[in-house]
Design a binder for this molecule. Structure first.
Ligand code: XIL
Length: 380
């Protein structure tokens, strides 16, 4: 189950995405969680010690939110209003520790237009209201994605003009609704292929329109809200990977054609033994900055093997620390968003088929983990 109680078994996720998205990368990602868990058991590192008691969060730091603000950093987390409704502590902790907010699911097409042409802004507006009440900066994600599609968008194949009309209408309606209240938009999410050069071909947009859909959605987004910061967001390109190289070249070409792209989102879903070396992350951020683009870390989480040990938690803290060091050292990486904040609600157990867990900085009882302290120490 995911954070809102929807069925998020790996099978259900894979079924809805086909071979697409991060799910496609999972065969590469998954084995490491289970093998690491075994390795740790063999190494005799033993069970983890009790986490820091909850009440100590404030006494041993100022709270991450105020530390981030002093550094001029937007520190955000993914939020679900449905969870907040049933678990008030979830709201207390996120408002205390973060100055940024992103809807985990409620700005996706399947929520905003479950019924074609009938926009439902209810859950997204609840997120906006929470952010406003607590003075938090909102990232809006994603306007266009091959995933999280309502049935009407996958049941049939649209002729080209109809697909263009759907995207245009969605972009204008959604951007005008939120205009002036979000500080960055992921216009296109995960548009690059994982299989080789070129764009991802899964999903109705590429299928019906062809590669030109990309240019069109950025131009429409700019027209709908000329003030908005428009990002391209993807995974597997946090360091100097082959995909990051392709993204760099592609974005450079788009910019040369005058396509309004203003920033790059690095999702940063990583695992203990599958994460890019820090100097590469720094180099990657810098090359995008050198193109005049901002970079945001958009969905950070560090997956641990199920039944993680104390040593795993320490290693996780080192990875979190590194990401914040890289962001602060970069010429222009003013936002780091985590994909959730408490292991009580995380997409990781579901998407990893139960082999990974504990990816966030608070445990299931909202006690800060070593990663929390590591981030605090970088921000202090
Ligand atoms: C995930 C959510 O966390 C889940 O609750 C949902 O079931 C599937 O999507 N990359 C993205 C995010 O851009 O939108 C995904 O969020 C995680 C991967």
């Amino acid at each position: 189950m995911n954070s809102e109680g929807r069925d998020l078994s790996r099978r259900a996720f894979l079924k809805t995405t086909g071979a697409a998205g991060l799910a496609a990368a999972l065969p590469l990602l998954l084995p490491s969680c289970s093998s690491m868990a075994q390795g740790n058991r063999k190494s005799g590192l033993g069970p983890r010690p009790p986490a820091v008691p909850k009440n100590d969060v404030r006494s041993h730091t100022d709270g991450l939110r105020s530390l981030a603000a002093k550094k001029g950093l937007v520190l955000g987390a993914a939020f679900s209003p449905g969870v907040f409704k049933k678990d008030p502590e979830y709201g207390e902790v996120i408002a205390r520790e973060f100055n940024g907010l992103v809807a985990e699911n409620d700005m996706k097409l399947d929520v905003l237009q479950r019924v074609r042409g009938q926009f439902d802004f209810g859950p997204a507006d609840a997120t906006m209201a929470f952010a406003r009440q607590h003075g938090m900066n909102v990232r809006a994600v994603p306007l266009v994605w091959h995933d999280a599609l309502p049935a009407w968008a996958t049941d049939r194949t649209f002729p080209r003009e109809e697909a263009l009309g759907i995207l245009r209408d969605h972009i204008f309606t959604v951007m005008r609704h939120f205009r002036g209240r979000v500080f960055a938009w992921d216009v296109l999410n995960e548009g690059l292929s994982d299989k080789g050069p070129g764009l991802r071909e899964e999903g109705p947009w590429y299928h019906s329109i062809g590669p030109e859909y990309v240019e069109k959605v950025y131009r429409w987004a700019h027209e709908a809200d000329p003030q908005a910061m428009l990002f391209y967001n993807d995974y597997g390109m946090d360091g100097m990977s082959e995909k990051a190289d392709r993204c760099y070249q592609w974005i450079k070409e788009l910019l040369a054609r005058g396509v309004p792209v203003h920033g790059i989102g690095l999702q940063y879903h990583v695992q203990l033994d599958k994460h890019p070396p820090l100097p590469e992350v720094t180099q990657n951020i810098r090359r995008f900055n050198d193109l005049g683009l901002a970079v945001h870390i958009t969905e950070l989480d560090v997956w641990l093997p199920k039944n993680a040990t104390a040593a795993d938690l320490q290693q996780q803290a080192v990875i979190y620390r590194g990401v914040f060091e890289a962001a602060l050292a970069a010429p222009k990486c003013p936002a780091v968003f985590l994909w959730g904040f408490t292991d009580r609600y995380s997409w990781v157990p579901g998407i990893s088929g139960g082999t990974c867990d504990d990816a966030l900085i608070f445990d299931r009882d909202y006690r800060p983990k070593p990663a929390y302290e590591a981030i605090a120490s970088v921000l202090r």
